[in-house]
Design a protein around this ligand. Structure first.
Ligand SMILES: O=C(O)C[C@H]1C=CC(=O)O1
Length: 92
């Protein structure tokens, strides 16, 4: 099952720099592990924003929820999920 997921990051301005660095490092490691495993198929930065659009390829809604709610940055994200299906005009 494919999903487009938009994540907008809103870290508190008063977050201690060390805590911010730790969160971002843990987020990167978590994301890269899922990318290596194939469930996090794409991640793109939205130009000019601290936001991304990602494509997930997972077995179920429950698995996507598990992945998203496990993100270290989860408390600081606004997340929008769009389920995808094949477009009839797609050539691949
Ligand atoms: O920077 C972001 O867009 C937020 C987050 C999502 C994956 C990751 O490594 O960081």
């Amino acid at each position: 099952m494919l999903f487009a997921v938009r994540m907008d990051v809103d870290l508190p301005r008063d977050l201690a720099p060390a805590e911010r660095e730790d969160l971002v490092a843990r987020e990167r490691a978590y994301s890269q592990e899922l990318q290596r495993g194939g469930e996090w198929a794409h991640i793109w930065r939205i130009v000019g924003l601290y936001s991304n659009i990602s494509i997930f390829d997972v077995d179920s809604n429950a698995r996507l929820h598990e992945i998203l709610s496990g993100l270290p940055l989860f408390p600081f994200l606004r997340i929008e999920v769009t389920p995808l299906t094949a477009h009839p005009s797609a050539i691949r």
